[in-house]
Ligand binder design. Structure first.
Ligand SMILES: Nc1ncnc2c1ncn2[C@@H]1O[C@H](COP(=O)(O)OP(=O)(O)OP(=O)(O)O)[C@@H](O)[C@H]1O
Length: 303
């Protein structure tokens, strides 16, 4: 169980995390979602005792977590996968951690095999790809066989096979009764992975819900349209009752008209479309609607 209680962290004038309270329960994969800069990494660092909160508390299994000789047995974490000594081999890196955490050495090769790095165990970490580093970071989190696991952006750098593997791993860890907390800024990574979601924006809690509850928030399906005549098409579709959002110089997201109708209107008005795709009311959309006010940088934002 992970608990954040009115957690606040300020860096000078920046409030990274603001009065954040939530509970992450065992037996589930809980997604921790928010746009870039929302405060996810800061929250994870506060939970792990790597930074001190300005106010509030963060506990793991009811206790303030501090890096201690047996820490990896209580909670395992993948934070910044590049933050390892590149000169060491994967096996030497994990062996040092196993020793300082009083974990049997045999566990090292076990976790390396589990994450698919069995054959790379003796290679220098410095020569690892980003995906291999992520796998090594996951092996580190698993090393102490802990009941609580935290992963910061674990899908970064993984190929599609790696993504599937990580999903399966997280579900298995949750089915074993562990607490699995996974951060991401992409809903698409979470929708087939998590069964609960905690969403933050600008350091504040926006939603704490099951995936099903979250999906019910979506207001309808939308159509992604690409056209070199964005201004003319926007005016036309608005005249016919649609809501149009411009996501890039030639990219529109349209709600209120279906793809067939948009295609007919464009054809009748001699406007050329280069792409037309329907997105059903989705978690992605609910996420975008929820976090619209919290996004730091908007592509093609004219402001
Ligand atoms: N050490 C620090 N010093 C100053 N500001 C910081 C520090 N760490 C984080 N911040 C600021 O706090 C806010 C939250 O950052 P954080 O990295 O926690 O967000 P995030 O949700 O993990 O983002 P991303 O998805 O981009 O990794 C940002 O505005 C960031 O610039």
């Amino acid at each position: 169980m992970i608990e954040a209680n009115e957690l606040t962290k300020r860096y000078g004038r920046t409030t990274a995390v603001n009065q954040l309270s939530f509970t992450v329960r065992p037996g589930h994969v809980t997604g921790f979602l928010g746009p870039n800069g929302a405060g996810k990494s800061t929250t994870l660092r506060l939970l792990l005792g790597l930074n001190a909160p300005t106010s509030g508390t963060a506990t793991i299994n009811g206790q303030l977590f501090r890096t201690n000789p047996r820490g990896l047995r209580q909670a395992g974490a993948l934070l910044d996968a590049s933050d390892v000594h590149g000169g060491r081999s994967a096996r030497a890196h994990l062996t040092a951690l196993a020793q300082s955490n009083r974990i049997p050495r045999g566990r090292v090769d076990e976790v390396l095999r589990e994450v698919g790095l069995g054959s790379a165990a003796g290679r220098r970490i410095g020569g690892f790809s980003l995906g291999m580093r992520q796998r090594l970071g996951i092996a580190t989190a698993l090393l102490g066989d802990p009941p609580v696991l935290l992963f910061d952006e674990p899908f970064n750098g993984l190929d599609p096979e790696g993504v599937l593997w990580v999903r399966g791993l997280f579900r298995r860890l949750a089915a074993e009764g562990r607490t699995v907390f996974v951060s991401s800024h992409l809903m698409s990574e979470m929708e087939s992975t998590a069964d609960r979601l905690i969403v933050i924006g600008r350091g504040e809690l926006l939603a704490d819900a099951t995936i099903a509850e979250f999906a019910a928030r979506a207001t309808g399906s939308s159509v992604a349209v690409r056209t070199s005549q964005a201004a003319a098409l926007t005016a036309l579709l608005r005249d016919h009752g649609a809501s149009v959002r411009q996501d890039g110089p030639d990219q529109l997201t349209v709600t209120g008209l279906d793809a067939d109708r948009i295609s007919d209107l464009a054809f009748d008005n001699r406007l050329r479309l280069s792409e037309l795709a329907t997105h059903n009311a989705s978690l992605e959309q609910a996420f975008m609607e929820l976090t619209a006010d919290s996004v730091e940088y908007l592509a093609g934002d004219p402001r």
